[in-house]
Design a protein around this ligand. Sequence first.
Ligand code: FAD
Ligand code: SF4
Ligand code: SF4
Length: 420
Amino acid sequence: MGGPVSQSILVVGGGMSGMTAAIEAAEAGYEVFLVEKNSYLGGRVAQLNQYFPKLCPPYCGLEINFRRIKNNPKIKVFTLATVESIAGQEGEFDVAILQRPRYVNEKCTCCGKCAEATTMEIDNPFNYGMDKIKAAYLPHDMAFPMRYVIDPALVQSPEAQKVKEACPYDAIDLDMQPQKIELKVGAIIWATGWNPYDARKLDTYGFGVYPDVITNVMMERMASWNGPTQGKIIRPSNGEPPKTVAFVQCAGSRDENHLPFCSGVCCLASMKQATYVREQIPDAKIYIFYIDIRAKDRYEDFYNRVKEDENVIFFKGKVAKIEQQEGSDQLVLRVENTMTEELHEIAADLVVLATGMEPTTATEPLPIPVAYDDYQFLPGLVVQPGIYAAGCVRTPTNVAEVVQDGTAAALKAIQSISRR
Ligand SMILES: Cc1cc2nc3c(=O)[nH]c(=O)nc-3n(C[C@H](O)[C@H](O)[C@H](O)COP(=O)(O)OP(=O)(O)OC[C@H]3O[C@@H](n4cnc5c(N)ncnc54)[C@H](O)[C@@H]3O)c2cc1C
Ligand code: SF4
Ligand code: SF4
């Protein structure tokens, strides 16, 4: 056996699963380092408009977690940070973290003067590139930590000094450098979540070709009050409200050429988004094209409620192709009715591709060799002694389940430290 057992826990990923794991471990008395790649905590949930099935805003739940993190001196948060290397073993891991510069320190009051002082704009990653923001920006209105970020391109530009001088609080530091932070921890929880499957790979669906073909995560942003259209559901091509909206289920999911598994949440996400459309555009006609509907346990009630709406048509059929109709600005979906095998052509103003959840480990594996399942998810709660998985990096699922997962991973990490 090697050196002394560290009583600290590293949590990688500050989404719902990672925040839960960090809070539970810290509230049990352990020192926690929470490492998040983005400039803010909350993960993909921060980008949702409402939660199914209750349709409440996700900020209620997120804010409680932010407060628990803020008030707990045992949790040290590193944003804009990733894990570069892991060495050692259960009880005595040596971890190197790389933290990228924010160029803004804790004196920031979010006055916005730096944004006013720059002309440089960047694609807004929070809104999946649907709009632009200034290169000096608050990641989003409810961001935690509530602090501006300066894009590295702006720091390199001739405007940098002008932007720094515009700050009345001396909060901009253009000389900030990447920091390497070395930590000793007893256990590690990997909670890096998921990425939306890249819809550009679905070449018959016209994503990236037709502006009115969007994805389900983009729909969440479009419906959000702090989204690119301030919550208005429109056709990106002309800014008009759509009269017909088509949701294409299993877009790339349960397909050997893309994601072979079911993500479990995208049927419910489309039903939820159908309620967004109905609320804003009461006479809109909504199609949900599906192979099977996944709405298990208590979500069945939600499915039944949405089904009662006579303007929401559940159509059992696989969408083969989406094209622009000749001489019209509408999109046409070619669909085979799986019950009758008849081919249908259905026109829509806006198409939402219900893409699935790919584990982040498919593109960004852990910096040490560990086992993955056939789809690049971490294989279970216990990855190897001392390393635990939580949330959608382990399996695609909903928020209630990732919260339970985060708690389970915290318990495993605590057991791992205390039994040695
Ligand atoms: C369209 C859609 C709608 C949905 N709506 C709902 C809903 O209404 N209700 C519901 O219960 N669920 C919903 N979900 C599911 C919900 O989004 C997930 O359950 C939730 O995001 C999982 O949280 P997580 O912490 O596991 O992962 P994430 O939310 O992905 O968080 C992971 C965090 O880790 C960070 N990270 C990634 N890589 C690294 C790295 N290398 N180093 C450090 N940090 C990293 C990320 O930046 C992120 O902050 C929806 C899903 C989709 C696709
Ligand atoms: S960095 Fe300075 S100018 Fe920019 S928002 Fe913060 S306090 Fe205001
Ligand atoms: S949840 Fe629904 S849309 Fe998503 S992969 Fe499963 S069956 Fe397809």
